[in-house]
Design a binder for this molecule. Sequence first.
Ligand code: IMP
Ligand code: MG
Length: 225
Amino acid sequence: MVHATQNPILTTHIHTLFHPARPNHKPPPRTPHTLKIMPADQVRVLISRDQIAARIAELGHQITADVHADRRAAPQHTGQPRRLVVVPVLTGSIIFLADLIRHIPLKMTIRPVTISSYPGAATTTQGANIHGGIPTDLAGADVIIVDDILDSGKTLGLLRRMIQAQNPATLRIAVLLRKDEATGRRQEQVDVHYVGFEIGDDFVIGYGLDYDGEYRNLPDIGVMG
Ligand code: IMP
Ligand code: MG
């Protein structure tokens, strides 16, 4: 049983929570390697957890710098600071989101949307379906859409149009993966501002990405078969 203890760091300024001094820090024990978690399945690691972690830190720093730069360039005169609203596309972006936002030391709110385009075991796009609506109060906000992967472009194309119609101050898109345009899979051109990794035509799983709803919990990004 692990007991919570009073932690003095919780009384410090919010920014220091992102970069606390960590005397005597020991790294946590590593989970067993992906390939041994699900012994019945053959998975080839395409992008390791360490590569993912390093790249996400870079993306977070870049996003933070860009939001600061935007605000300096176009200060608001309403007396209200501009809101940063992160819009993750569920379910595939959850792990990317969780890691990315911890590298963005700014006040933000998170407003998830649920969009499916790969019902069941399909591995090619079936067109995008939005479930449960999208946030409607994005006017004047700095909005960042976060998704796992840009493939046909239908999901992000649809969501970007719906959010742009609300006149946010800025609208940017971050994806962990982008399938190479040369694969011929892109059906809609979508400007993505932050890309973790470019990949080829593989159908990938892990780190949030699923096949038929499973494998999202693999710590690395892999290819089946
Ligand atoms: P798009 O609308 O075709 O760009 O597809 C985007 C969505 O399809 C992503 O958010 C993923 O959920 C899913 N998807 C596309 N490619 C893959 C893949 O290789 N593995 C798992 N899911 C994928
Ligand atoms: Mg998705």
